[in-house]
Design a protein around this ligand. Structure first.
Ligand code: NAG
Length: 484
């Protein structure tokens, strides 16, 4: 490939895109290391289990208010039970991911339809499907949701718990004794009566009235969160002390104490809501920023979730946008996409939030595969296929329609994929962020998909290996590659 020539050819076609072409990646193709990628994928089944010292991983820093927690991919906490079959592991991950996206779509639609805060009947006496939570979980969404976990302390004295991190929701909660229905978790269930700082919220407390779904029982506040995929949590909305390793603790954080929890969060005690709404953890602790770096989903390693720390100097910056109809989601200003250093011909409005709150593109820690509006996905896929004719194509796989058989190769050149943000900055993705193995034999698929709804989502496969910083004070999202 002669990128210079390709570039000048392109320029003659796209000379009216002067501003955009200025920030196009300099290379149309980059190298995917097939053998290293497959070797890395195999690590997911490695039985060597690392012992993480969660308390010690907390780093001190010059800024007294910043702190850092360890962050782990799900597979390092829960070894997948798939008889070392990477195909079935991928299928179950993708099924889980589809549930996740359905749940975001329905939350989005519900918010746009302008629903009002509703009361609900506490469902403590609901008859739940009998389910043997002790048995090995083997397939589909029963694998549980949540891709990355951190560990925090709750109560006084603090007890430590694994929590799923989620930028797509606001309310933090954990399973609480007494359980009328709790799924299996790896730590003992939180017992409020053993904590001196547990305090029920009254129905008129501002935190209670901020809930989208709440109920009142003898002047105590009940919350309910449903994730649209059949999983939900119901219980008391309370304040508790939340502690972060050695970095100290914050009293009076409103969290859900879930007495009835339907189990798609298997393993973790609950969830940390990192969304943009007023009840999210960053909002409640008045964080000016937070960031995470997601290690490879198959890795046996950890990275960090940080609050109030400076973003890396080399971060590619994108405007952090808000949708007046829904405060939870972190939208970014995305103007376009390029494949093989060619801008895709998609209307600039494709990723804009319209006056009804539809559209837009969010960054989400919990979605794996980036979802694009259908017309944008089709343009991306078509250009990728056009520039990948040197690769042997293979059949579709689950939600992926563009796959290649790379089994006979050790290294291969693949078209560059880049995101172009308003403000002119470009995030060039590493090949591992868009061409991923789906089996252990060498079948790789383009890890993007169409979303039937109006929302687009930048998923965590595209974020892996990158420190993503949400600068809430300055309304900027930073992407710093190679920073885990
Ligand atoms: C792996 O799982 C897939 C899908 O569940 C199945 O079709 C395939 O036969 C399995 N392969 C092996 C080697 O067991």
């Amino acid at each position: 490939m002669l990128p210079q020539i390709v570039f000048s050819l392109l320029c003659s076609f796209l000379c009216f895109h002067v501003v955009l072409s200025r920030s196009l990646p300099s290379q149309s193709h980059q190298v995917l290391d097939v053998s290293v990628t497959l070797q890395q994928a195999g690590e997911v089944f490695s039985s060597k289990s690392k012992t993480f010292d969660y308390g010690q991983l907390v780093t001190s820093s010059s800024s007294s208010s910043s702190f850092s927690l360890s962050l782990h991919p799900r597979s390092s906490l829960l070894k997948p039970i798939h008889n070392h079959n990477y195909t079935s592991l991928t299928l179950s991950r993708l099924a889980r991911d589809s549930s996740r996206v359905n749940s975001l779509n329905s939350h989005h639609q519900l918010a746009l339809s302008g629903y009002s805060r509703s009361d609900f009947k506490p469902v403590y006496d609901t008859v739940v499907q009998p389910e043997d939570l002790q048995s090995p979980i083997t397939s589909g969404t029963r694998q549980g949701s949540g891709e990355y976990f951190t560990r925090i302390g709750v109560g006084q004295p603090a007890k430590e718990f694994y929590m799923v991190i989620d930028t797509g929701s606001d309310i933090s909660w954990l399973q609480c004794a007494p359980c009328s229905d709790c799924y299996q978790q790896s730590d003992p269930v939180f017992n409020p009566s053993a904590s001196s700082t547990y305090k029920a919220l009254t129905c008129h407390a501002p935190q209670c009235t901020s809930l989208e779904v709440s109920a009142c029982r003898t002047d105590t506040c009940l919350y309910q969160v449903s994730y649209g995929d059949g999983s939900y949590t119901v219980g008391d909305f309370v304040t508790e002390t939340v502690s972060f390793g050695r970095s100290g603790s914050v009293p009076g954080v409103a969290i859900g104490c879930g007495h009835e929890n339907e189990g798609l969060f298997i393993g973790a005690a609950g969830l940390l809501g990192l969304g943009g709404g007023s009840l999210s953890l960053p909002s409640q602790i008045k964080a000016t920023s937070f960031s995470y770096c997601l290690v490879d989903r198959d890795a046996n390693s950890a990275s960090t979730l940080e609050f109030n720390s400076a973003r890396p100097g080399d971060s590619v910056l994108a405007p952090l946008l808000t949708n007046s109809r829904i405060s939870t989601f972190f939208y970014v200003g995305l103007t376009g996409l390029s494949v093989g250093a060619q801008m895709l011909q998609i209307p600039a409005s494709t990723f804009e939030i319209d006056s009804n709150g539809r559209g837009g593109i969010i960054v989400d820690s919990g979605t794996a595969v980036t979802r694009l509006r259908t017309e944008a996905y089709n343009a991306l896929r078509d250009k990728f296929v056009e520039l990948s004719q040197h690769l042997r194509s293979s059949s579709s796989f689950s939600l992926f329609d563009t796959c290649y058989d790379l089994s006979s190769l050790t290294k291969v050149s693949v078209p560059t994929v880049a995101l172009h943000f308003s403000g002119g900055k470009t995030l060039q993705l590493h090949p591992n962020n868009y061409l991923i193995p789906v089996d252990s034999a060498g079948k790789f698929c383009l890890a993007f998909a169409a979303n039937s709804g109006s929302l687009s989502i930048i998923g965590n496969i595209q974020q892996q290996g990158t420190r993503v910083s949400y600068d809430l004070a300055n309304k900027v999202v930073g992407f710093s590659p190679n920073k885990c």
